[in-house]
Design a protein around this ligand. Structure first.
Ligand code: NA7
Length: 552
């Protein structure tokens, strides 16, 4: 069994094989952040080039083409805001865009700004080494090609290193096998097939709900149930799209002020202070509002005060019980080890009702763990199941995983993997002491991870662009975070997260992945101070002449 998206012909430059390219700036990754960074630096006349592992643009939306993949952000808050023309020309057809449409959007952006001419596709970066005497980075590709540049910008995404489960025999299965994050480009059908899904995170929930519509028989292997909330997607008609276009300024201004750049403002009241009737009515209202309203637009104390969180959790338990007919199955679907919203909340469109179908079975791995994967299927402690297909919705080595998969060596040959062995250390989530001239878009400890991500990508890219412009104007050739600035920021990241209930739970947000060695201990890999505070800090650093950075 091998799981890999098939490489296809590059539609930009050919692969890097055998070449030694030289640029001022190398960007790794042609997702949204890499594309926008390319555009900004090219506009300023930098000699900049993007290397991308896939054969097309789109990053997350290129790789995650599993059935049911779609936004949890309102489409019209997600698109780039930097170009009025782009905003006028692009029409979203659904309030929460499905993956094919989002990938079309990424391609539309690439075409509109003629980005492909500066992108090499099918070029996976294997290593990156800081060459101190030359004051530049050398990157090495899997096919042996190399490239050098003064600056290295990573645009490699927070959830881009898929992980397979460490179940014995996982390589032995002879049927169809797919990881949601490496979904193949060819059509996959489910009718008449016996399909297994392992994993019930956001990807699993979307996949399960979609394939249940056509599958012969579906078996879901659930280790930890997650709290889900309804997405409540709908189509956007032409008139509504015109109204959205007329309101983009207000929409983006509202995102700008929000903790995670969404449109769901938390209610100023505490859940514990209102009457039972008021609380129930507000829970009901937010549960019935599309998108992340129930999670993010709820009472202000639900994610920090256990008493308030218990009330919210109780409300959702009642919803699940009402939607699932067999209460024994409902028992299995109701999380018992964490409260609502303390892990990333999958948004669903009929997920719970799937378990009312006669051709769907839920296997609770807490009761009957998987012993091994066989040639024909999956063996748990109490049964042996045969399948035509196994879908691994087993997630990612989040945030730092994509960095670890590149052998990055900085000043004095120090490995980034070693520096981050006990969790990331960064300055602003954008730079790392010991790794001069490397900038990390959407990196660990950066507000972008908890963000409606393009909103924070634009901030990250604009900030990096201004830095490079400033350095060029001043004749500076090297930037590196000072150790004390990095230590203070890293401590601030942890202090800010400490009050959150999510810090008491294992999840990719707390850096835990049971399938990856060295990821068993909780740390904090994102930034929990919120996007407005983060932006303000970045602006203050600039106003103080790039305080905390050594510039030479
Ligand atoms: P997640 O949220 O990390 O979910 C992965 C799921 O896979 C989760 O339910 C895991 O259970 C399960 N898993 C992982 N390994 C195993 C093994 N060995 N056996 C059984 N089950 C396993 O990844 P997603 O792709 O769903 O979502 C990632 C993010 O993408 C999402 O939050 C959005 O921001 C977009 P566990 O909870 O570890 O017990």
């Amino acid at each position: 069994m091998t799981i890999a998206a098939e490489p296809r012909t590059a539609n930009g430059r050919e692969t890097a094989s055998g070449k030694m390219d030289r640029w001022e700036v190398i960007i790794i990754g042609a997702g949204l952040s890499g594309m926008y960074q390319l555009l900004k630096l090219r506009e300023l006349g930098f000699k900049v080039h993007v290397y991308e592992a896939g054969d097309g643009v789109g990053g997350t939306w290129y790789w995650n083409r599993y059935p049911g993949a779609r936004f949890d952000s309102e489409s019209w808050t997600y698109g780039f805001s930097f170009s009025d023309e782009l905003l006028k020309e692009w029409n979203w057809t659904e309030h929460f865009s499905p993956q094919p449409e989002t990938l079309r959007y990424c391609n539309f952006v690439a075409d509109k700004f003629d980005l492909r001419r500066d992108i090499t596709f099918n070029a996976r970066v294997k290593a990156a080494r800081w060459d101190e005497p030359a004051n530049e980075w050398e990157v090495v590709f899997e096919d042996g090609g190399r490239a050098r540049a003064r600056f290295l910008i990573t645009a490699i995404g927070p959830l881009s290193a898929p992980t397979m489960p460490t179940i014995p025999g996982v390589e032995n299965f002879k049927g169809e096998a797919y990881h949601t994050g490496l979904w193949p480009h060819h059509p996959v059908t489910f009718a008449g097939k016996r399909v297994a899904v392992i994993g019930t995170g956001a990807s699993g929930v979307q996949t399960i709900t979609e394939i249940a519509k056509t599958v012969g028989h579906l078996t879901v292997f659930q280790r930890t149930p997650n709290w889900c909330a309804p997405l409540r997607n709908s189509k956007i008609d032409a008139k509504t799209m015109e109204e959205i276009k007329a309101n983009y300024n207000q929409i983006f201004a509202r995102c700008r002020d929000h903790y995670g750049c969404f449109i769901h403002d938390a209610d100023p009241r505490n859940a514990v202070d209102v009457t039972d009737e008021e609380r129930e009515a507000f829970f009901e209202k937010t549960y019935n509002t599309p998108g992340f309203a129930f999670w993010q637009g709820n009472f202000r104390d639900v994610l920090v005060d256990k008493r308030a969180n218990d009330l919210m959790t109780d409300f959702v338990i009642r919803k699940i019980r009402a939607r699932v007919k067999d209460q024994k199955i409902a028992d299995k679907l109701i999380p018992t080890n964490h409260g609502f919203g303390t892990r990333r909340v999958p948004l669903e469109s009929g997920y719970y009702e799937v378990y009312n179908q006669p051709n769907v079975k839920l296997v609770d791995l807490r009761e009957t763990p998987i012993e091994r994967i066989t040639e024909k299927g999956i063996k748990t402690t109490d049964a042996e199941y045969e399948f035509d297909m196994i879908i691994f919705a087993t997630g990612f080595d989040a945030i730092t995983g994509a960095f670890d998969r590149i052998d990055i060596a900085g000043r004095g040959g120090q490995k980034l993997r070693d520096k981050w062995a006990d969790g990331p250390h960064t300055y602003l989530g954008l730079q790392i002491e010991g790794f001069p001239n490397m900038l990390t878009l959407v990196g660990p400890h950066n507000a972008a991870t908890f963000c409606n991500i393009p909103r924070c990508i634009e901030q990250n890219v604009d900030w990096v662009t201004d830095l490079l412009k400033y350095m060029r104007a001043k004749g500076l050739q090297r930037v590196e975070a000072k150790p004390d600035a990095e230590a203070v920021w890293t401590q601030h990241v942890h202090d800010t997260a400490a009050r959150l209930l999510l810090m008491t739970v294992d999840s990719w947000m707390t850096g835990v992945n049971k399938n990856v060695a060295g990821r068993q201990k909780r740390t904090f890999v994102a930034y929990a101070g919120g996007a407005p505070k983060y932006r303000q800090k970045c602006e203050e650093v600039v106003a103080q002449g790039y305080e905390g950075f050594s510039l030479a």
